[in-house]
Design a protein around this ligand. Sequence first.
Ligand SMILES: [Zn+2]
Ligand SMILES: [Zn+2]
Length: 183
Amino acid sequence: MRLDLRGLLAGECRTFPVSFSLTPKQDAGNHFSALTDVRFPTPVSVLGTITNAAGYMRMTLSLDVQIVAPCARCLDDVTRSFSFDVERTVATPDMLEGLPENRIDEFAVVEDGFLDIDELLLELLETSLPMRVLCKEDCRGLCQKCGKNLNEGPCSCEQKELDPRLEPLRRLYERMKAEGQEE
Ligand SMILES: [Zn+2]
Ligand SMILES: [Zn+2]
């Protein structure tokens, strides 16, 4: 969303209401890399204000986001909702002159009277969303052998089955045991 702040900058109004929906790109290669396969079933709601108090502009927004992502253990779809608050000082490029690079992030920069805000919000989402989600705290995950979802009950894999590489050893042991009994 490109916010037209020309009126606010010119002092024609003191408060600029912000209310729009942001649809993160589902295939955004660089965004949301922390959480694999995250999807957004609904657009992100962005609500708040930008105020101008004698030249000092402050943006206060809250984001409501719903995500669907695979459980880190059983891969079942998990739906989660999050709310984030964002606060930034709004500044024009000339106000930021001379500031060290690492402080620029504290600002939302207005270019030619417009504030292009999507990138800032997407970056915020990327860093604020959890690295992984679980369908429940005690999710039992998938059987490593047959892939069955163990939340639905135990699978029929023999849990005590020996490593096949140890099979010759087991047979040798059985034979020695049998011979020992013969004596
Ligand atoms: Zn799970
Ligand atoms: Zn199994």
